[in-house]
Write a protein that binds this ligand. Sequence first.
Ligand code: NAP
Length: 320
Amino acid sequence: MKAIRISEYGGPSVLKLEEVPAPQAGPSQVLVRNHAVGVNPVDTYLRANVDNRGPKLPYTPGSDAAGVVEAVGAGVTGVKAGDRVYVGGTLSGAYAELSLCDEAQVHPLPANVSFAQGAAMNVPYATAYHALVHRAAGEAGETVFVHGASGGVGIAAVQLARARGLTVIGTAGTERGRRLVLEQGAHHVLDHGAPGYLEELMRLTGGRGADIVLEMLANVNLQKDLGIVAMRGRIAVIGNRGTVEINARLAMNKNVAILGVALYHATPAQVVGIHAALVEGLTNGTLRPVIAQELPLVQAPRAHEAVMEAGHHGKIVLIA
Ligand code: NAP
């Protein structure tokens, strides 16, 4: 099969399309023929070995894909060959024509959802759910500020929060991004590049501030978030690309919780709950992943450049 392989850490050019042996499904494993593969910012951090978190070399990158079950190993009862599925994590890497998965990593893809949309599910939607529901304990009737709502996680958060009965205020850096955020269900949208945009948030919340902030760029925004979060509010740090100085008194004075979010620390029971909710959301139409760009697998280097550029309008996927 064809797969993208990384044999040395570095820039996008280390992503090479190669011919490799196809994996075989062992007991409790599922082999999936990928039709689409999701590209996430974390794939670029691992490729560049940021914080020494890169996988053992050589490896096939990626955790998200959607396709059709090719074969199942002994003891697999949840899916069968021919089923449409999306995957949340793999054993062999997702940037490939075939991915080997544990049965628990494979989830049904409803007929109304495209493979590209299925490939956009795992990291963005599971992270948004884990942040909003498990970490920030968002409740219907509360206001959530999605600080960076136009990308993969942001759009997922907007749709999830809207479906759960929260008031949603999002941000985007471009006019097109702001239109998209509104189309995806935000009640209000702001421009995170405009002077005074957080004053507008205070006005929209009647001076109370947001009960929950889902933060996509904490190194830029955490101190500002402390100024606009409501009394007893929660700030969930999802994205961070540097360091930031904060005045912790602002958190203290309002009993505010700053919560770290790492999808890979969700417990196995939380992961089961996340995907049960996501599959139901796909089925009932409240979750509708937005695809910004589809590129062939061989253009993985270009996809890695694109996923780190500003001006997002949804997900970048590779077509396998
Ligand atoms: P993405 O698709 O690249 O989206 C990035 C978002 O950040 C866009 O909405 C972008 O808006 C926005 N942004 C840019 N400048 C901003 C600013 N000054 N203030 C607020 N938002 C700003 O990335 P993603 O997949 O949604 O992921 C978002 C972040 O979360 C990334 O850093 C990623 O690594 C991280 N993440 C963490 C976890 C976890 O487990 N903790 C899981 C998934 C992702 P414009 O382009 O419209 O300006």
